[in-house]
Design a protein around this ligand. Structure first.
Ligand code: SF4
Ligand code: SF4
Length: 374
């Protein structure tokens, strides 16, 4: 088997039983051809589905390769982030989350191949692939609001004698304090955007964070840098100053990673903003309130808002009383960047929803698959 038939077979295997599938589309074949040579693709057809561990002798037998040749190719693929190696086993990855993130985070393949894959992915994006992210009714990603505004919300609630209301998975510091190993790693979305010729407009720094076992795995592979909890929280605050949104998997349990996302590269935010794919991400439970007495109309919140959800209402009245910043709650995702970047402390967050993340990854996968609309 060769050419398109081979990559179609690989597409079907990669899609089996996963949340986010690749469509039968020319750009999918370009993407897979960019990442996998024909030899690599032939070897991978030994797998029946993603996340199924196989050792090299089984893969060699099923694909018809000599075992030493199969082992050499598999190890090289694992080094480049095309598959995972766990001990003596190899694992084929689902596309997202999985292959896309690991491949572009490793950033170890031939740059021409990476550019071909990145450009094909961009074509898939504008062909509607991100609607696969919202096909299951329940978003698989969620926004965690910025650190300081949430602390302020808790303080205000206390002074008003209200019960705490803000839950541990909504407070980044508390959420992350459940884990004990962190690694700052390159961002796969920004790397892909760079290879596609559209580098990030917000930052050049690495801000994505692998947590726990994933952190150990990437550090063992020589990727990323281990950081302490204290340094991590400094990094999170710096990310906010650069206008990046904290996001993670939509679960209450500690997720394997926390992303700091921009609307120009992140597949989730970009699809909400550019494709109106509102179901792709779970907004946080908060929305900003602007105190117009403290606000100096400097427009900083408007410029940093990743969703263009704030506008400056220029005055129409003689006394300028309607000169104000206005939040469009329909567009706001509750990231809190406006509050953490206001130089005059004029923005606070209030709790406006009670959406609850899934308990864990297994519950999320079950519910999302059960709720698929197409
Ligand atoms: S950043 Fe603060 S002071 Fe500036 S316009 Fe926004 S709310 Fe007003
Ligand atoms: S208005 Fe913009 S910056 Fe503020 S919370 Fe909403 S999306 Fe974030």
């Amino acid at each position: 088997m060769a050419g398109e038939d081979l990559y179609e077979k690989l597409r079907q295997i990669i899609n089996r039983g996963v949340l986010v599938r690749l469509p039968k589309h020319r750009a999918t074949y370009e993407l897979l051809k960019g990442i996998f040579s024909e030899e690599e693709a032939r070897l991978l057809t030994a797998f029946q589905k993603p996340n199924q561990p196989l050792n090299s002798s089984a893969i060699a037998q099923l694909s018809g390769f000599p075992e030493d040749e199969a082992t050499r190719i598999l190890d090289e693929m694992a080094y480049k982030g095309k598959i995972l190696r766990v001990g003596s086993f190899y694992v084929l990855l689902p596309f997202v989350p999985g292959l896309f993130e690991v491949y572009f985070t490793h950033d170890r393949d031939d740059p021409e191949r990476m550019a071909k894959a990145a450009k094909a992915y961009r074509e898939l994006f504008y062909s509607g692939h991100p609607f696969e992210l919202s096909a299951g009714k329940h978003p698989i990603y969620r926004v965690i609001p910025a650190v300081e505004p949430v602390k302020k919300t808790i303080e205000i609630n206390k002074t008003l004698g209200l019960e705490r209301q803000v839950l541990p998975y909504e407070i980044l510091e508390e959420y992350l304090s459940k884990a004990n190993l962190f690694a700052v790693i390159p961002c796969s979305c920004r790397n892909a955007a760079k290879y596609a010729g559209e580098p990030c407009k917000r930052t050049k720094e690495n801000f994505c964070v692998a947590v726990g076992l994933l952190a150990k795995s990437v550090l063992d592979q020589g990727i990323g840098r281990q950081v302490s909890f204290e340094e991590l929280m400094e990094i999170m605050k710096r990310a906010e100053k650069e206008g990046l949104v904290h996001e993670t998997i939509n679960i209450q349990e500690m997720a394997a990673f926390i992303c700091n996302c921009c609307p120009c590269c992140c597949g989730f935010l970009k699809s909400v903003k550019e494709l109106r794919n509102y179901g792709a991400i779970c907004k946080s439970n908060f929305a900003p309130v602007i105190n117009n007495d403290l606000c100096k109309r400097c427009d900083k919140c408007m410029k940093i808002c990743p969703m263009d959800a704030i506008y400056h209402h220029y005055p129409h009245s003689e006394d300028l009383s309607d000169d104000m910043m206005v939040v469009r709650e329909d567009l706001c995702i509750g990231c809190g960047l406006c509050a953490s970047n206001c130089p005059n402390g004029a923005v606070i967050l209030k709790k406006v929803r009670d959406s609850v993340p899934f308990k864990n990854q297994a519950e999320m996968e079950e519910q999302v698959k059960a709720g698929r609309m197409h």
